[in-house]
Design a protein around this ligand. Structure first.
Ligand code: FES
Length: 147
């Protein structure tokens, strides 16, 4: 028997695609995805009460949502739902992303009430993924059976 887990203590990770770029953008310019990752990391490294704690950023090359760039994945331990967001702008969405990550970090299950989510998390969600250990739909049941 182990020590009970506290899901709210699990670190929250923003995984940002660093290779995202917009259609028609200058191929020699810094990738907007890289800018988004760097700016989020800078903000989280800055001290201040307005920065969420227990949140970190990592970069990856491609989240396979390239038509919705810039993209990121928000996750926090095995007990929380995780999310993929797209159409993010490194110039205008930093505050919303960090506010959303802070609200998410305060939950045990990853569900932030709709009205408390920043607009980009309400309108630009690509996917939500349940915790791996969450029971799924009973696939042994006959969906055509009538009561
Ligand atoms: S290049 Fe960013 S999701 Fe594929």
């Amino acid at each position: 028997m182990g020590i009970p887990r506290n899901p709210a203590a699990d670190e929250v990770v923003l995984t940002v695609c660093t290779t995202c770029r917009r259609e028609g953008s200058d191929p020699d310019a810094p990738r907007p995805g890289r800018l988004l990752a760097d700016r989020l990391a800078d903000r989280l490294a800055a001290s201040g009460d307005d920065q969420p704690s227990g949140v970190r950023v990592r970069g990856v090359e491609c989240l396979s949502a390239c038509t919705r760039s810039c993209t990121l994945h928000l996750a926090g331990g095995p007990a929380r739902w995780s999310y993929v967001y797209g159409d993010l702008d490194p110039d205008t969405h930093l505050d919303d992303i960090l506010a959303g990550a802070a609200a998410y970090a305060a939950t045990e299950d990853g569900f932030v009430p709709w009205r408390e989510r920043p607009v980009v998390f309400r309108k630009q969600s690509i996917a939500r993924i349940p915790p791996v250990d969450m029971p799924g739909v009973d696939l042994s049941a006959d969906p055509t059976a009538k009561d």
